[in-house]
Design a protein. Structure first.
Length: 82
C-alpha cells in the first residue's frame, strides 16, 4: 500500500485489539479512500480485505454488546420502534 494508506490495519491481530469506535473509524476511512482516491488494483484489494476484517470485528463487538444487554435485562427488553 502507499504511504497514504499505511495506517490501515492489515492483520486480524491488530484489528482484534481495536475498540468498536476505532474499528468503525478505520472502516469509514477505508470506504472514503476507496470511493475518492486512486490506488492500484492491488492496493484496492488489500483495502477491501482490511475493510472486511474491520466490518466483521464491528459486527462481533455489536453481537457481544447485544448479548450483554440480554443477560442484564433478561426478558424485560422493550423493542425499539423508530
Amino acid at each position: 500500500m502507499t504511504d497514504k494508506n499505511k495506517n490501515i490495519p492489515q492483520t486480524q491481530n491488530s484489528i482484534d485489539q481495536m475498540t468498536y469506535e476505532e474499528a468503525f473509524t478505520e472502516l469509514e476511512k477505508l470506504i472514503f479512500s476507496l470511493e475518492n482516491e486512486k490506488q492500484s488494483l492491488e492496493e484496492s484489494l488489500a483495502m477491501y480485505e482490511s475493510g472486511q476484517l474491520l466490518a466483521r470485528h464491528c459486527a462481533k463487538l455489536l453481537d457481544h454488546a447485544e448479548l450483554r444487554i440480554h443477560q442484564i435485562s433478561g426478558e424485560n427488553i422493550i423493542p425499539f420502534e423508530g
